[in-house]
Design a protein around this ligand. Structure first.
Ligand code: C2E
Length: 629
């Protein structure tokens, strides 16, 4: 749409132009009519009438110049007032109300309606009525009596001229009406088109063209009324892509958009025509399907959706592979209204994510109690951060060759005002999924660095190892958080060790690479926690300056009974040694285990054999005692 032609100021300009044109047309029409009448009057010897007409014509020329200057109101007032006065002069001088000239009054009023102001129209109308009544009155009372002549060819000419002028006025008026009507119908069509477009935008997703959440709700409600009548059920599938954000971040939004469009098409291909596929926004889709109480169909549909999503998608010269997690809720058994059913499908989808993604999960009531419990813990965790309810315990780390304490791992505890001490396994997962781990982790890092500096001030040169959750590590500000903590407390970077999990290394991204490089360049040590339990990107161990592998306690605790565990531990120690990495064994509980590990050339140990995780003051007592030994 071109705004410049439709702006109000342009509309006013075009109306002015249109009125000026009309004034000039009317001006010429009146001048010509008066000219013809004047000539005719000369022909019949009516000189004084001819002179009056010429005077009027002369007066009217001023209207031409005034109109040229753009003073429309004034021009139309001069034009129509002069003509009215002239007509009145003729009417009054000759045959009064029986004069042919009377016919010209309606023409004047039509022209006033077309080109004059409302005030001019009312003024002329009032004047004409007064003149008509006045003439009637003077004739009736005999004060002044008009002569009525028999009509002749001159009268016929005058009437014809007046009718021509009226016809011209009416024709111009109707032409203007037609023009306005055409404009109006064009406008109406445009409004109708825009309305349809707005309607579409309101109910459809602009990228994929699929129905959006609003339309999904309407369709759901329509289906529900039908289901109620037919005692049937319908399923709602909440589909969330796994790792879509990484695709978007790494390859740009255009690639992300192409992927979403292709997935939208695939989803439409796997459902029936009667089912609805919607895009809720971002990487979330919804399918509303009637399944005729056939649960088998529902599982098959979910599987078809899963398969459709994992099929590689060609974007440019590469094949992208993505997967999705699907949550399924059934109406009416899991809820009657759209919001409830959506909430339940969403909950089921999160369970599918927890189960390792790329799968589907049905909602069951039991999930709701889990959700409520989760919400309660998250809300308590928020308060805990505000009320300083967290403490750090420290578990000593021992050099297996010298038996000296070389450092400690910081392990968080939550001292709940009612429930007492809560171990991390019970709240870290909730902190992770709610994002609170970022703040909790920052607090733990700062406190550990501060305590380590205090140990140093008391004569114990130890390292402190802090657990960093994957979510916290992926945050772009981890480098500055670490740097700030070291600067504030004045601790050397090489006295801090960050424990990251194996799972973090699975995403071999440039960003992760850069963060690890930045931290190791600063002098911070990196260790891989729970090593051996997950699938790790072993290539990383070589590429990055990871300092230590922490062998998971599940292998250490059964190392004496299970030859396979011993083989795994031996392999890890040998691989680490060939890559120039240190090893630390977690969960060492027995002297014999320690001796075995020392024999396998494991560098360090940590476990109940030496000490459980201890509050800071008890840890200080412990290291003091060890120093005196
Ligand atoms: N049975 C047995 N257990 C032993 C022995 N020696 C140590 N442990 C326990 O093993 C866990 C070792 O910590 P982790 O693998 O990093 O595993 C940690 C870590 O992943 C997480 N965590 C603890 N503190 C933090 C923290 O500040 N931030 C983050 N993100 N995670 C933390 O919570 C997990 C559990 O911590 P904890 O309950 O303190 O449990 C600790 C510790 O108490 C032993 O000889 N026998």
């Amino acid at each position: 749409m071109n705004n410049s032609t439709d702006s109000p100021s342009n509309e006013i300009l075009s109306e002015l132009k249109f009125k000026i044109e009309r004034i000039f047309q009317v001006f010429w029409a009146v001048e010509i009519t008066l000219g013809v009448i004047a000539v005719q009057r000369i022909a019949i010897g009516a000189w004084e009438q001819a002179i009056a007409l010429f005077v009027a014509m002369l007066l009217l020329t001023s209207c031409y110049f005034v109109a040229k200057k753009g003073h429309l109101k004034f021009a139309s007032t001069i034009l129509l007032s002069t003509v009215t006065v002239l007509l009145t002069f003729f009417m009054w001088s000759f045959q009064g109300l029986r004069d042919e000239i009377m016919l010209a009054y309606p023409s004047v009023l039509i022209l006033a309606a077309m080109i004059g102001s409302g005030r001019l129209f009312v003024g002329l109308f009032t004047f004409i009525i007064i003149v008509v009544f006045a003439n009637g009155y003077v004739n009736e009372t005999g004060i002044y009596v008009n002569q009525v002549n028999v009509a002749d060819k001159n009268a016929a000419l005058l009437v014809s001229l007046i009718i021509a002028l009226i016809s011209f006025s009416v024709w111009s008026l109707s032409a203007d009406f037609r023009k306005v009507l055409r404009q109006l119908s064009r406008e109406y069509l445009r409004v109708k088109e825009s309305k349809a477009e707005i309607e579409k935008l309101m109910h459809h997703d602009a990228l994929t063209g699929l129905p959006n959440r609003i339309l999904a709700k309407t369709r759901f409600e329509q289906s529900m009324t039908y289901l109620d009548r037919n005692k049937q059920s319908m399923c709602v599938m909440f589909i969330d892509l796994d790792g879509f954000k990484s695709v978007n971040d790494a390859m740009g939004h255009q690639v992300g958009d192409t992927l979403l469009i292709e997935l939208a098409n695939r989803l439409q291909d796997v459902v029936r025509n009667s089912d609805t596929v919607c895009r809720l926004g971002g990487d979330e889709f919804l399918i509303i399907a009637d399944f005729n109480n056939n649960e088998q169909y529902m599982s098959e549909l979910a599987e078809r959706v899963r398969q459709a999503v994992i099929k590689p998608i060609r974007v440019g010269d590469r094949d992208l592979v993505t997967s999705c997690s699907i949550g399924i809720a059934i109406a009416p058994q899991d809820g009657y209204d759209f919001n409830t059913i959506m909430k339940h499908a969403d909950t089921a989808m999160y369970h599918a994510k927890d189960m390792g993604k790329n799968c589907f999960h049905f909602f069951d009531r039991h999930m709701n109690s889990n959700v409520q419990e989760h919400m309660q813990i998250v809300s308590d965790l928020r308060k805990a951060l505000k009320n300083d309810e967290f403490v750090l315990y420290y578990q000593p780390q021992i050099d297996l060759t010298t038996s000296t304490v070389i450092g400690a791992e910081a392990l968080i505890r939550w001292i709940h005002p009612e429930k007492g001490l809560i171990p991390p396994n019970l709240f870290i997962p909730h902190a992770e999924s709610s994002g609170l781990i970022i703040d909790i982790g920052r607090w733990a890092l700062d406190r550990a660095v501060c305590d380590c500096k205090n140990w140093q001030l008391q004569g114990f040169d130890l390292t402190v190892a802090v657990n960093i959750s994957p979510k916290q590590f992926r945050r772009s500000d981890i480098q500055s958080v670490v740097q700030k903590a070291l600067e504030i407390h004045g601790l050397e970077a090489n006295q801090l060790e960050l424990e990251i999990t194996e799972s973090l290394l699975v995403d071999d991204t440039q960003e992760l690479n850069n963060t690890l490089k930045y931290l190791t360049n600063m002098g911070v040590k990196i260790s891989i926690d729970d090593f051996g339990t997950g699938y790790s990107n072993l290539g990383y161990l070589k590429k990055l300056e990871v300092g230590t592998l922490k062998i998971d306690q599940s292998f250490i605790q059964k190392i004496q009974q299970d030859p396979q565990d011993q083989a795994i531990v031996t392999a890890i120690i040998q691989m680490a040694s060939s890559l120039n990495l240190k090893t630390i064994a977690e969960g060492v509980e027995h002297e014999t285990t320690k001796n075995l590990l020392a024999g396998l050339q494991c560098d360090q140990g940590q476990g109940y054999l030496w000490a459980k995780p201890l509050p800071n003051d008890e840890f200080l007592t412990f290291i003091r005692k060890r120093a005196e030994m």
